[in-house]
Unconditional design. Structure first.
Length: 50
C-alpha cells in the first residue's frame, strides 16, 4: 500500500497496463517503479496483510 495516496498493489491482479502480469510478487517489481496513482517511489510502500 502506498503511504502517500493509499493505492494498493494486489499481486493476484498485477498491473498489466504497466507490463506487470497477474501473479507478480511485490519483491520482483523493479526498485525504480513508481505508484501509478501519485508517482511516489516503491520505497514509500508498506506491506499490508489482507
Amino acid at each position: 500500500m502506498c503511504l502517500l495516496c493509499g493505492w494498493v498493489y494486489y499481486e493476484a491482479l498485477g498491473l498489466p497496463e504497466e507490463g506487470i502480469p497477474p501473479g507478480t510478487p511485490w519483491e520482483t517489481i523493479p526498485d525504480d517503479w513508481t505508484c501509478p496513482q501519485c508517482g511516489t517511489s516503491k520505497a514509500d510502500f508498506v506491506m499490508e496483510q489482507l
